[in-house]
Design a protein around this ligand. Structure first.
Ligand code: FAD
Length: 376
């Protein structure tokens, strides 16, 4: 690493996830002297996950729940490179991206998120739509909606994954179709765990079980073994026809960090210490879903990705200025606000369960306030 006052350093931020947008926001307030900064992202906009179900349901516009990375970078004096990282050369400190020349770095930070784990499900790379990357999903969903909106045949929508993301997306799709189209559809949620919303308390689980029943949404227990063009095959031998299938299984890791030689856990997540540094490469930070925080296993949730932003920006500056790094101290419990399709939501925290339209309006207030930070 060059010293702070020698020739310019190059900080590369890979991925415009929840942590990096917070870092950029903080670098605006405390600019890094003598350092060029580059953000590499395949998309010019990044989705704020808390508002994603609301976008699918039709409560928000695209602009309301996306951060314009290009504009944010311009605002912060950061170079924005629209590309996808394919590999890094750890010895030469070079990043290889698609369609552009390699980029050299002094300090690197990785915040590339995760994608639904579909490894081992035959046909899953080809059929169905993964909820992440979000941009791809939104595109396929809107194309499907447009091409089927006037259809008379009853369609079958299937979401695979009984966690919060899968259920919120399914309820949002249901709300959208019921309220803005004449399309007749049936809905199935496929859940491989012993119960839906396994990470939440039983009052929250029971509320959603009843809510899904009241909307005639079928919950099927089982594990998908394979998928072809219009048929899902479960491990118990049963099959299910579908018209639009969504992969919303638990978080899986992108393969290139491990393939590049970064120390990753068995699932492929980058192993980081309490300072959010790669355990073997201290000039590389990682945060959010793509990282495995070794001091304590963390849920793959945007709350942690956002909170890591302050520590990450501090530690990036501290590395360049040779100051002390600070540890990330995750909270024990966190509040989840789960949407139910319409403008209504549920509070889940430990054993707490509350629900109502007021929860949705409260969540809406929090989410919009968060997004205001990113509008210059
Ligand atoms: C429907 C849904 C609702 C959710 N709701 C909530 C919620 O209410 N609260 C909550 O806490 N969590 C929620 N989550 C979970 C949350 O989405 C994730 O935990 C969060 O997005 C992780 O943030 P991140 O910063 O790690 O990455 P992300 O925000 O996912 O961003 C990763 C970024 O990296 C980019 N990228 C990927 N690959 C590359 C590459 N090779 N090169 C360069 N850039 C790359 C992507 O384009 C993306 O912009 C929800 C998830 C889903 C699916």
């Amino acid at each position: 690493m060059k010293t702070y006052l020698s020739s310019k350093n190059h900080l590369c931020l890979i991925g415009g996830g929840h942590t990096h947008v917070m870092v950029i926001r903080q670098l605006l307030a405390k600019p890094l002297r003598n350092t060029d900064i580059t953000l590499i992202s395949p998309d010019a906009h990044t989705a704020y996950s808390g508002m994603l179900p609301g976008l699918i349901a039709g409560h928000y516009s695209f602009e309301e729940c996306h951060i314009n990375l290009h504009r944010l970078c311009q605002w912060a004096g950061i170079k924005f490179v629209r590309s996808s990282v394919e590999r890094i050369n750890l010895d030469l400190q070079i990043i290889n991206c698609s369609r552009i020349p390699p980029i050299k770095y002094d300090l690197l930070s990785i915040n590339i998120g995760s994608h639904p784990a579909i490894h081992g499900i035959r046909g899953a790379e080809t059929y169905g739509h993964a909820i992440k990357p979000v941009g791809n999903f939104l595109l396929h969903w809107s194309l499907w909606l447009k091409s089927h909106a006037g259809s008379r045949r009853k369609r079958h929508i299937v979401v695979i994954g009984g966690g919060a993301g899968g259920i919120e997306v399914l309820l949002a799709m249901h709300y959208r179709l019921q309220n803005t189209t004449t399309l007749d559809a049936s809905y199935t949620l496929i859940n491989a765990d012993s119960t839906i919303l396994a990470a939440h308390n039983s009052a929250v689980q029971n509320f959603f079980i009843r809510h899904l029943q009241s909307l005639n949404i079928t919950v099927k227990n089982g594990r998908v073994a394979s998928i072809d063009r219009h048929l899902l095959h479960l491990q118990d031998g049963s099959s299910l026809e579908y018209d639009f299938a969504v992969w919303a299984t638990h978080a899986g890791a992108y393969s290139w960090p491990a393939e590049s030689g970064l120390r990753c856990n068995t699932q492929g997540f980058i192993m980081i210490n309490q300072y959010l540094q790669s355990i073997e490469h201290h000039n590389i930070f990682a945060a959010g879903d793509c990282a495995a925080f070794l001091p304590k296993a963390l849920p793959k949730a945007g709350v942690f990705a956002v909170r890591q932003g302050t520590v990450l920006s501090n530690n990036i500056i501290a590395t360049f200025t040779q100051k002390k790094l600070i540890p990330f101290e995750p909270q024990q419990r966190f509040l989840s606000l789960l949407t139910t399709g319409r403008k209504h939501a549920v509070v889940s925290r430990g054993l707490i369960f509350l629900q109502g339209k007021w929860v949705w309006h409260w969540k809406n207030y929090i989410d919009r306030k968060f997004m205001q930070h990113f509008h210059p």
